[in-house]
Design a protein around this ligand. Structure first.
Ligand SMILES: [Zn+2]
Ligand SMILES: [Zn+2]
Length: 386
């Protein structure tokens, strides 16, 4: 097992912020939704998440620094560490990076994780939700059809035939746990593992239900509703807590994770909360000024291009951008003026331009801010590109 610091690519003195940042980058890189479910990425995702989960917690980190990973496994009260699986990794990622502040609480209760409940917890179901820029601008409610595992009708989810009661496991006596006392150089400690006979459930089924073969679940389709707040990006997820697949034999439900995919608009380019639109104008329009209708998220808006505008200059239409999910407020639409040079002149146009050439002033050595005082200083916006 690689060193946790190496896995995250941080130094041993890295602070929590650095660790968080490094993890986020790696997690997004290896996130299963971005890797077509590749097993290798899944494994990497799990590894970096496990490393992050330890190093972000000062207590676990201190134990790890002194005793290594082995120290964490042996520690009673180290938060039940050990047996960190992929579902746990997804849960950690969603907890720290997936949601929006406060929003998750709208979707269900986040209960404390009991160790036994975890082992029987149903799987997290992941699905994609494509969104248009208009959905992002206003927020949207969507119904989703989800294929998941639901309680078997024949046995009521118990997994036992005809609803017969499962028997208490005679290996662990129903506790679901096997305890082993171990000795190591650090002293004696007790390790607790799920019972191998009953898999930690504490009960065994003697007569399995023929429909679900004792699993307590069958495949089903459910309709869920998801409410997407305005201002989301493709980096956001929405977690519908406890609405995923049922766990085996009545185990608690996993989550549904909705991965948002904001589709590109054909003419508007998103830059954070702002939208950028490129507006080609003719030379005459640029020199004399003009009024033009331009597309916005919801339709069109009229923009006044002032005479003397230079190619590449930005005009700002306040409030016509997208809502800002994190900071609140509303972005702007930035209109980038591009002066278009005609490359196919009619004889009449050519004649007019030749006349112009005779009377026009020479171009300055540099296109500077000479002309941009007063009114210009207010409308001109440097293009930052994000
Ligand atoms: Zn059944
Ligand atoms: Zn048992």
């Amino acid at each position: 097992m690689a060193d946790f610091y190496q896995l995250l690519g941080v130094s041993r003195t890295a602070d929590t912020d650095e660790i968080k940042k490094a993890y986020r980058q790696l997690a997004l890189k290896y996130h299963p939704d971005r890797n077509e479910g590749s097993k290798e990425s899944e494994e990497r995702f799990k590894e970096v998440t496990e490393a992050y989960e330890v190093l972000r917690d000062p207590e676990k980190r201190a134990v790890y620094d002194r005793y290594g990973e082995q120290g964490l496994r042996g520690q009673p009260g180290a938060g039940g560490f050990g047996g960190f699986n992929f579902a746990d990794a997804i849960e950690v990622f969603m907890r720290d990076f997936g949601g929006f502040s406060g929003l998750e609480d709208l979707f269900g209760v986040r209960g404390p994780r009991g160790s036994r409940a975890v082992s029987r917890r149903g799987q997290t179901v992941r699905l994609r939700l494509p969104l248009t820029l208009q959905d992002v601008a206003h927020g949207v409610k969507r119904k989703l059809r989800v294929s998941l595992l639901d309680a078997c009708d024949a046995c009521g989810g118990t997994g036992a035939e005809g609803g017969s009661a499962p028997a208490v496991c005679n290996v662990c006596g129903g506790s679901g746990e096997e305890r082993h006392v171990q000795r190591s150089v650090f002293g004696q400690f007790v390790s607790v593992q799920p019972c191998r006979m009953c898999g930690g459930e504490g009960r065994v089924i003697e007569h399995p239900c023929p429909v679900c073969r004792g699993d307590g679940r069958t495949r089903a389709e459910r309709e869920l509703e998801v409410e997407v707040p305005a201002g989301v990006t493709s980096e956001n997820f929405i977690t519908l807590r406890g609405q995923g697949s049922m766990g085996p034999r009545g185990g608690p439900r996993g989550d549904v994770v909705v991965l948002l995919e904001v589709q590109e608009h054909e003419r508007l380019v998103r830059d954070g909360r702002d939208l950028v639109f490129e507006l080609p104008v003719t030379f005459a329009q640029a020199a004399l000024g003009c009024e033009v209708d331009i597309p916005t998220v919801d339709g069109t808006a009229r923009v006044t291009v002032p005479g003397g505008v230079q190619s590449g200059e930005m005009l700002r239409l306040r409030g016509l951008g997208l809502p800002d999910l994190e900071r609140g407020g509303q972005g702007d639409e930035l209109v980038r003026v591009i002066v278009w040079t005609p490359d196919d002149l009619t004889p009449e146009q050519e004649e007019a331009l030749r006349r112009l050439m005779e009377v026009e002033s020479p171009a300055p050595e540099r296109v500077g801010s000479r002309a941009h005082k007063g009114f210009w200083s207010r409308v001109k916006e440097a293009f930052t590109g994000g």
